[in-house]
Design a protein around this ligand. Sequence first.
Ligand code: 5AD
Ligand code: SF4
Length: 475
Amino acid sequence: MTTAKKSLYIKTYGCQMNVYDSTRMADVLIPEGYNETEDISDADVIVLNTCHIREKAAEKVYSELGRIRQIKDGRNKKGKKTLVAVAGCVAQAEGEEILQRAPVVDIVVGPQNYHRLPTLVATAQKTKQRLVDTNFQETDKFRILNKTHTKTQTTPQKRIAPSAFLTVQEGCDKFCTFCVVPYTRGVEYSRPVSDIITEAKKQVALGVREITLLGQNVNAYHGLDENGKSSSLASLLDSLSGIPNLERLRYTTSHPCDMSNDLIAAHRDNPKIMPYLHLPFQAGSDRILKAMNRKHTIALYFDLIDKIRAASPEIALSTDIIVGFPGESDADFEETLAVVEKVRFAQAYSFKYSTRPGTPAAEKTEQVPEHIKSERLQRLQKLLNQHQLAFNQSCVDRTLPVLFEKIGRNPQQYIGRSPYLQSVHVQSNDDLIGQIKRAKIVDAGPNSLQAELNMTQNSTQNHYDTVYAGNTIYN
Ligand code: 5AD
Ligand code: SF4
């Protein structure tokens, strides 16, 4: 007799690392008899994988918990008690407090303890006790999670997503004064090279063609290789690029202080590394950078941009910027705008400073009023949007290799990514998912490109090298 599968619903908030972690949580629960569901009211177990980076992100979790309590009254469609687990950075930061604020929650589990989810779930179901597991462990959670790696991200059409995330580094020792990450994700840790290669091969065997290596400080990666020697991110990328059928590599997020020469050279020398780099600078004024404890100046940032562009002239640059950090004057903010004018980012993420309890910047008395933060953000985003549109428009009439990832608004519309991470839309009667095709860009908007497939290519011409050959890269 087979027992009926139980339903698991996971909702992910925040960064790409949470997306990756959610697949790992599914990995450990599926062997325990769970099937993933998209219907929250059907779930036996609900996991909210939360984000604590800014205040709004954390608040969303509590409103979702309020909704869960209201709709469900603690039970699912089958009339069974639903178990609710809060995971992620809010869990790590608030722990026990979540149980107090949200009576619907049964389990609070921090990012270091996902390998223990099956035990936590079974114990909570059996004992009806509410559990908190937010200790930082000595054991390597990745070693335990590795054993159960079966799943990778899927597209909304429930197919294997050709582009996957792979966490190679976690935690951060930089302690920027605005940031909760060193407290929620712990100290910097790099996974061993061989574990990463094994996981990447498994992903590729499932149909993945592009891997984005993840880490809060990914370019500080220093995992051990098989000889027990520390490996840089550049040499990890080099090893990964030897995996057949793995066509594209990306990595995020990088810190300027760890942008080493070998990594810059890898962009020049390794055609599988996509010409795209996310390099946050956060603020344009050295005074503010110092108060943020960023450990770099704007001169160092410009110097890096020059070196990167010299090595890889076609590279698209992206960044993170905060406006309204405590003490930021109008003049400081003008310096941020000046950096943006000078670099002209292809893409950028910008945020109003958000006070995070427990971080040094939260203690500062010179907080910037909300309306000034809003005005600054508006001005900044206007400029960033202009540059993003100009970059997208510069691609019109070019032919770019596009990795198609999912179906769009109609069944003939396919959406993929250019090497520069732009979203590219084409119409096609053929199934393009998982293929790299040359596409001629015919129109560009602020957030996506319209393209037509190059009719001369045959369906096997999807290897990146064939597109990359010679000096006529992307044209
Ligand atoms: N307020 C606003 N933005 C923040 N970030 C991190 N912490 C804060 C905060 N307290 C931004 C930074 C970081 C990105 C992931 O989020 O720009 O690079
Ligand atoms: Fe946070 Fe990034 Fe600074 Fe680390 S380097 S503290 S993750 S902003």
